[in-house]
Design a protein around this ligand. Structure first.
Ligand SMILES: Nc1nc2c(c(=O)[nH]1)N[C@H]1C(S)=C(S)[C@@H](COP(=O)(O)O)O[C@H]1N2
Ligand SMILES: [Mo]
Length: 325
């Protein structure tokens, strides 16, 4: 994703990619040398943790239910998921977020709920978390830049969370806002995007059973670089819809303008449904590079709605998906 439509690939991104691959290859060899993979695969405590190559850091989220919405495909490694990120508040390179978000403090954290609802207010995140039943959702994530991963999120079904705030009949959309604090999110000091980062969904998309508010990864609290302490996950849409580190949830009558749409409206729309038949103006969306397979990531075909069509296609019946990209 480019923040300026005319810009060429940054040299820094190419370097990041090379660093990343070298490190992965190194870790693979190190794993063989210590037989670490064998040790962890003998421990079948948890579906997601069982496939992890080594113990997952962070505070455990306790009881997490499994879900039929999870893919049975093998998730990417914790290493892949936490070192190859997009989180422009911490830098535009893939390895910037994990390096620059290390000291990001996410406690205490509040979420302001406002707009068209009967229970607006400022809610403490820990209290919301304690009051919510958690589910593991192993989902494909397909970035608009044509790379993908399989990620074992832990989250709160979004419908359960939003119903708490009692949206009224005028609530047709939900607008989500990321924290704006340049002292804590250093790249917000630069005009890379129009901060704070904003995203939006129709109320039907927000209430769809696939949509979750993710609060964890591999059974543990969400790492900073993945959007701690809470971030949206909409697996049938391009990754940029899955907004991180949310501080405000607003119910609106009007369709929100999301950050990438505001930045480059000919390239990024409101819907952003994964669609192999509608190319990005500057590259094909027919295939994707699956991170963690082969040396550079194997190229695999992209699926309509990222393979989640049976659950979401009905939301778009009659909509011209080439026009409403
Ligand atoms: N606030 C915020 N949310 C964001 C982004 C961002 O730059 N800022 N990047 C998006 C993009 S482009 C993608 S692909 C996903 C990446 O999520 P991950 O790093 O957890 O894989 O986060 C999305 N959410
Ligand atoms: Mo993305």
């Amino acid at each position: 994703m480019r923040y300026k439509p005319t810009e060429k690939i940054l040299a820094s991104e190419i370097t990041d990619e090379a660093d990343y691959l070298n490190r992965r290859e190194f870790l693979k060899l190190a794993g063989i040398a210590t037989a670490g993979a064998l040790v962890s695969s003998a421990c079948q405590a948890d579906v997601a943790e069982a496939v992890a190559e080594r113990p997952i850091p962070g505070r455990s989220l306790g009881k997490v239910a499994k879900s039929d919405f999870s893919t049975t495909a093998k998730p990417n490694s914790y290493e892949d998921i936490t070192t190859y990120n997009n989180f422009y508040e911490f830098g535009t390179g893939k390895s910037d977020p994990h390096r620059n978000a290390k000291d990001f403090v996410t406690e205490p954290w509040t979420v302001t709920v406002d707009g068209e609802c009967d229970k607006p207010g400022t809610y403490d995140f820990d209290e919301l978390l304690r009051a919510s039943a958690l589910e593991e959702r192993i989902y494909r994530l397909r970035c608009v830049e044509a790379w993908s991963m399989i990620i074992p999120w832990v989250g709160i079904p979004m419908a359960n969370l939003l119903k708490r705030f009692e949206p009224n009949s005028r609530a047709r959309f939900v607008r989500f806002v990321t924290l704006y604090d340049p002292t804590r999110m250093p790249a917000q000091r630069r005009p890379i995007l129009d901060w704070p980062y904003i995203e939006g969904l129709t109320i039907a998309e927000a209430m769809n059973p696939l949509t979750i508010m993710a609060v964890g990864l591999y059974g543990k609290v969400l790492p900073n670089q993945n959007g701690a302490p809470l971030r949206l996950i909409v697996p049938w849409k391009y990754g940029f819809k899955s907004i991180k580190s949310i501080v405000r949830i607003q119910f609106t009558e009007k369709q929100p303008i999301n950050t990438w749409q505001a930045s480059a409206p000919h390239e990024y729309g409101f819907y952003a449904n994964v669609n192999p038949e509608v190319d990005h103006p500057r590259w094909s969306q027919a295939r994707e590079r699956r991170i963690g397979t082969g040396l550079f990531g194997e190229k695999i075909p992209t699926q309509m709605f990222n393979g989640y069509g049976e659950h979401v296609a009905h939301l778009y019946s009659g909509l011209d998906l080439a026009k409403h990209y």
